[in-house]
Design a binder for this molecule. Structure first.
Ligand code: P1T
Length: 387
């Protein structure tokens, strides 16, 4: 795409390839260069070309941030060294005495960050099932400053109504963060639905190849964005230029990957739901999912994450995970390769057992991240391991 061409009116897949990445002006290179420099020469003190030191700003990171802001439909993009780096920075916009109202089902590391790091610093949090908007309203305290949700949630794949929660957040003047890691901007646009921030572990679908740990926040609000810009530099959880390049490269195929994986997941979830060895399937694309109608209204497909209960307790779920051959038994998700894991033992071990039980994170629960391999190969692998 020619430098300076307008991006307006272009579709998601075109923007994924081009937004923030005009050809490099000196050589015409069509791939964004990896600018590894940690510092930038100034004509004189304070007289520079927009870059001073790579923690505060870097051309490769700028390209990634501009691209992410475009895809999420927000004004300001920020890249971080991990998803938790992004979360830490967002929570650091609060002060001691403030309260975060979080969805009850979040990544174990997010729970741990709130409970074991932010709480001792004076930032309180509580966790509520946000499928009931009246419950959310009841749980808002005078000192609540932020609502934080995942939807679909990790690992129970609950669906929360983004527009409804956004309306409540706006009424109460609260920052509303949606962790959009599971849905991705291919399927869901939280900012369009009224969220203040769309946040990501770019480690997952955004990079998509299980070879980078990264995070991002796209922010609609100018004042919050200014604060986060300050905190990104002050806290320093920034990604390397090389990782920014890798993530930009991954994003070019984001739409292709997510649509393929989501279509396979839909087929697999449907087949799992009638399999005799399976007690229950959690997948928002199934009409039997309690959040299906809301999912249909705010997502363009069900996504590529499935959770299921394998009949027979820990022995059965463990045996299923051991027998899978194409699905690797591993933490994480969102890569081109399919992964399977045991939330109670692996990704959500930091959630207290009582809370896990209340959420339904049982010993039988297995979480699948469906990749882009051939659907029938994936199904054959699952059927064999269940059989
Ligand atoms: O791992 P990191 O890039 O720091 O991102 C944390 C994070 C944030 N939000 C969601 C919804 C996540 O799923 C994660 C990380 N999750 C896993 C590693 C996992 O296997 O669930």
């Amino acid at each position: 795409m020619k430098s300076g061409s307008s991006l307006s009116g272009l579709s998601f897949d075109t923007l994924a390839v081009h937004a923030g990445q005009p050809p490099e002006p000196v050589s015409g290179a069509v791939m964004t260069p990896i600018v590894l420099a940690s510092t930038f020469a100034q004509e004189g003190p304070g007289n520079h070309k927009g870059f001073e030191y790579s923690r505060s700003g870097n051309p490769t990171r700028n390209a990634l941030e501009a691209n992410l802001a475009t895809l999420e439909g927000g004004k300001h993009g920020f890249a971080f060294s991990s998803g938790l780096g992004a979360s830490t920075t967002l929570f650091s916009s609060l002060k001691s005495g403030d309260h975060v109202l979080s969805g009850d089902d979040v990544y174990g590391g997010t729970f741990r960050l709130l409970d074991k790091v932010m709480k001792p610093l004076g930032i309180a949090s509580s966790f509520v099932d946000m499928t009931n908007i009246d419950k959310v309203r009841e749980q808002i305290r005078p000192e609540t400053r932020m609502i934080w949700i995942e939807t679909p949630t990790n690992p129970m794949l609950k669906i929360f109504d983004i527009a409804k929660i956004a309306q409540l957040a706006s009424e109460k003047n609260l920052v509303f963060v949606v962790d959009n890691t599971f849905a991705t901007p291919v399927l869901q646009h939280p900012i369009q639905l009224g969220a203040t921030v769309a946040m990501h572990s770019t480690t997952k679908y955004i990079n998509g190849h299980s070879d980078v740990v990264g995070g991002a926040a796209v922010i609609a609000d100018d004042t919050l964005a200014e604060r986060v810009r300050f905190l990104q530099n002050a806290l320093g959880a920034v990604p390397s230029p090389f990782d920014c390049y890798m993530v930009l490269r991954g994003i070019k195929t984001l739409g292709l990957r997510v649509r393929q994986a989501s279509a396979s997941a839909q087929t697999i979830a449907e087949r799992l739901s009638t399999h005799p060895a399976v007690r229950k399937v959690y997948y928002p694309g199934l009409p039997t999912h309690p959040g299906h109608t809301i999912a249909k209204s705010q997502m363009s497909a069900g996504g590529a994450m499935i959770s299921l209960e394998v009949k027979g307790g820990l022995t059965a779920s463990r045996s299923f995970l051991e027998k899978l051959q194409i699905f690797a038994c591993a933490e994480s998700l969102g890569g081109v390769e399919s992964l399977a894991e045991h939330p109670a033992i692996m990704t959500h071990a930091s959630v207290p057992p009582e809370a896990r039980q209340a959420l339904g994170i049982s010993d039988e629960l297995v979480r699948l991240s469906v990749g882009v391999e051939a659907t029938e190969d994936l199904w054959a692998d699952i059927a064999r391991a269940l059989g």
